[in-house]
Design a protein around this ligand. Structure first.
Ligand code: MG
Length: 159
């Protein structure tokens, strides 16, 4: 049996007048992540973990922010395309683990919906999609509510 592991990280600045998209779910808040796409920091980290597991480069290689096709794109589509790349390489996803670092808002009520959304796209059960969250206890740019960080790991198995 052949396994591959990957990790991903993403950062986005927070700004007013943007919807906050996290894990494919709209989280009501007075700020949202700024970016070329819908700036879903969690889905971007997961895409990078999946791509990294197969040494396929990163999300910027596959979905460049210079390509108008990706302007304002729903990052669920990027995750879906990434999962198709994984399948095309002859692998399936075993599980995904992730962490979100943000000072506010509290995302716990939205985590089940995020798990369901990611699981549906990646062909997993919700038990295979872990989403954890932490503040930075007020430290740094996350603590100042200037930005959000997401980390993800993914395990793949050759089909
Ligand atoms: Mg990003």
């Amino acid at each position: 049996m052949s396994f591959r592991i990957g990790s991903g990280i993403d950062f986005h600045q927070l700004g007013e007048g943007r919807p906050l998209m996290l894990g494919g779910v709209h989280v009501p808040h007075n700020k949202g992540c700024i970016g070329y796409s819908d700036a879903d920091v969690l889905l971007h980290a997961i895409c990078d973990a999946l791509l990294g597991a197969l040494a396929l480069g990163d999300i910027g290689v596959h979905f460049p922010d210079t390509d108008p096709r990706f302007k304002g794109i729903d990052s669920k589509k990027l995750l879906d395309e990434t999962c198709h790349l994984v399948a095309a390489e002859g692998y399936r996803v075993i599980n995904i683990d992730s962490s979100l670092c943000l000072q506010e808002p509290k995302i716990k009520p939205y985590v089940p919906q995020m798990q369901e959304t990611i699981a549906r796209i990646a062909g997993l059960t919700v038990r295979d999609v872990s989403i954890k969250a932490t503040t930075t206890e007020g430290l740094g740019f996350v603590g100042r509510k200037e930005g959000v960080v997401a980390y993800a790991s993914a395990l793949l198995q050759r089909i």
